[in-house]
Design a protein around this ligand. Structure first.
Ligand SMILES: Cc1cc2nc3c(=O)[nH]c(=O)nc-3n(C[C@H](O)[C@H](O)[C@H](O)COP(=O)(O)OP(=O)(O)OC[C@H]3O[C@@H](n4cnc5c(N)ncnc54)[C@H](O)[C@@H]3O)c2cc1C
Length: 397
C-alpha cells in the first residue's frame, strides 16, 4: 500500500521541548509494545510517556506484515488481520514441501495494527519528530547511568531518565551507527500487487532458489486482495530488485508498489550508555527467517515491564538496565544457532535441501519443529504478569 503522507511539515512542526518520565523513540512494533506495556502499570505510578517517530503512527510500513496469529491476538490487534494462513510451503528448484502448522501466520494491515496498539497506550503523548541522537553531556553533568538523558530531535531537545531506542536497524541512539552494506544486516524488497481473493491463498510461501537470490529466500504473503511478494538477501551487498521482479513475473503478478528495508541478523547489546534498545535496534530480528515482529513485541514488553518496576520504586534504573540486558543476552545461543543455519542452508545443494524439507513433512515433526520455533518468543509473554521478584544488582550496562 503506498502511504498517504500524514507527517507534519513546515510551519506545523512546532518546537518540541520538555521533560518526561519515559521517552520511547520509534512508534512501530517495538516502540508501541513498550508504550502499551507502560499504560498497564498501576494508575498511581503511571508515567508521563513521550513517543516519537519521524512519521505518523502506522504511516510507513517496511515489512511483509505477517506474524503468528496467537501473537496478534495476545496484543489485542486481531482486527488488523487480512488473511489467516494455516500452511507454510518451501520450494526449491528440486522440489519442496507444504506443512500444516500447529499455529497459523496472519498477514495484517500495518496502519490498522499500529493504530490498534496505540489505542492501548493510555495517556502517552505522540509527536512526529526525527530523532537525531543524544545531546552531548554538559560539562560536569551527571553520567548517563544515573542522570537525565537528553534526546536531540529536529524539533528541539526533550529529556527523560528512562529512554528507549526502538528506531529500527539504525540504532540512532548508539554511536557509531551501522552503515550498510558493511554491517551484519540483511536486505529485503517486496512488491504489493492487487490479486483476486482465492481460498487457494492459504499459505505463507517461501522459495530457496539461487536463481532468485544467491544467499537468502523469497516469499509470497497473501493479504486479502493483495500479495506481498519479495526477496531477502542475507548478503547486504547483493541487490534484490531483480529477484523480486523475477518472482513477481513467475507468479504472474505486477511488480508494483515497492517497499524495502534492511533488517539485522545479529544480536546487539540491548542496553548501552543508559539507553534501552528493543526490536531491530538491538538485533532482535531472527536470523534465517528474518522474522522480527513478534520478537519486537516480546522485547518491547520486557523493556516496559522493567521500566514499570523503576517507576513503582521497586528497582533502580541501573538494575532495570542490567536485568533487561541479561534477558536479551540470554537469547544469544538461540540467535547464534539460527545464524549458523542462515550460513549453512544457502550452501546446501538444492537436492539435499529438497530432501531436508521433505524429511520435516510428517505432521508430528512439523508440530514439534514449529512448536519449538514459536516457543522461543511465545505469545504467553504478552499475558504473563510482570515478575514480582526484585532484579539482581547490576553489573555494568
Ligand atoms: C521487506 C521486509 C519484509 C519483512 N517481513 C516481515 C514479516 O512478514 N514478518 C516479520 O516478523 N518480520 C518481517 N520483517 C522484519 C521486520 O520488519 C522488522 O524486524 C521489524 O519491523 C522490527 O520492528 P521495530 O519496531 O524494531 O523497527 P521498525 O519497524 O523498523 O520501526 C522503526 C521505527 O522508527 C522510526 N524511525 C527510524 N529512524 C527514525 C528517526 N531517526 N527518528 C524518528 N523515527 C525514526 C521509523 O519510522 C519506524 O516507525 C521484514 C523486513 C523487511 C525489510
Amino acid at each position: 500500500m503506498s502511504p498517504v503522507r500524514a507527517t507534519k511539515r513546515g510551519a506545523e512542526r512546532t518546537p518540541l521541548s520538555g521533560r518526561f518520565d519515559v521517552i520511547v523513540c520509534g512508534a512501530s512494533f517495538a516502540g508501541l509494545a513498550v508504550a502499551r506495556e507502560l499504560a498497564r502499570t498501576p494508575l498511581a505510578t503511571r508515567p508521563s510517556v513521550l513517543v516519537l517517530d519521524r512519521y505518523e503512527i502506522g504511516e510507513r510500513a517496511t515489512s511483509a506484515c505477517a506474524a503468528p496469529t496467537p501473537w496478534l491476538e495476545a496484543m489485542g490487534v486481531s482486527a488488523s488481520i487480512r488473511s489467516e494462513l494455516p500452511y507454510m510451503s518451501f520450494t526449491t528448484p528440486r522440489g519442496g514441501a507444504r506443512y500444516r502448522l500447529p499455529w497459523s501466520w496472519s498477514s495484517f494491515d500495518y496502519s490498522e495494527l499500529c493504530q490498534g496498539l496505540w489505542a492501548q497506550c493510555g495517556d502517552a503523548r505522540f509527536e512526529t519528530a526525527k530523532v537525531e541522537g543524544r545531546a552531548p553531556a554538559t560539562p560536569g553533568g551527571r553520567t548517563a547511568l544515573d542522570g537525565e538523558l537528553t534526546i536531540r530531535t529536529d524539533r528541539g531537545d526533550v529529556s527523560a531518565s528512562l529512554v528507549v531506542d526502538a528506531l529500527g536497524w539504525r540504532r540512532v541512539l548508539s554511536d557509531p551507527h551501522y552503515q550498510p552494506p558493511e554491517a551484519p544486516l540483511s536486505r529485503g524488497l517486496e512488491v504489493h500487487p492487487h490479486v483476486p481473493e482465492s481460498p487457494d491463498f492459504d499459505a505463507l510461501e517461501c522459495w530457496v532458489d539461487r536463481s532468485l537470490v544467491r544467499r537468502g529466500y523469497a516469499w509470497r504473503v497473501p493479504a486479502a486482495g493483495e500479495a506481498r511478494i519479495g526477496v531477502g538477501s542475507y548478503d547486504p551487498h547483493q541487490h534484490v530488485k531483480e529477484g523480486t521482479r523475477e518472482l513477481a513475473s513467475r507468479l504472474d503478478a505486477d511488480a508494483v508498489r515497492y517497499q524495502g528495508n534492511w533488517f539485522p541478523h545479529r544480536l546487539r547489546p540491548a542496553t548501552e550508555d543508559g539507553v534501552f534498545f528493543a526490536g531491530d535496534s538491538a538485533g532482535h530480528c531472527l536470523p534465517l527467517s528474518g522474522e522480527g515482529i513478534r520478537t519486537a513485541f516480546a522485547f518491547g514488553i520486557a523493556v516496559g515491564r522493567e521500566l514499570g518496576k523503576v517507576l513503582d520504586g521497586s528497582q533502580s534504573r541501573a538494575q532495570a538496565l542490567a536485568a533487561y540486558h541479561a534477558q536479551s543476552a540470554a537469547q544469544a545461543r538461540f540467535y547464534g544457532r539460527l545464524l549458523k543455519l542462515q550460513r549453512l542452508i544457502p550452501a546446501l545443494p538444492p537436492r539435499v535441501l529438497a530432501l531436508a524439507f521433505k524429511a520435516v513433512s510428517p505432521q508430528p515433526v512439523v508440530d514439534r519443529a514449529f512448536g519449538w520455533y514459536l516457543d522461543q518468543a511465545h505469545p504467553r509473554l504478552a499475558a504473563a504478569p510482570p515478575p514480582a521478584a526484585r532484579s539482581p544488582a547490576p553489573s555494568a550496562a
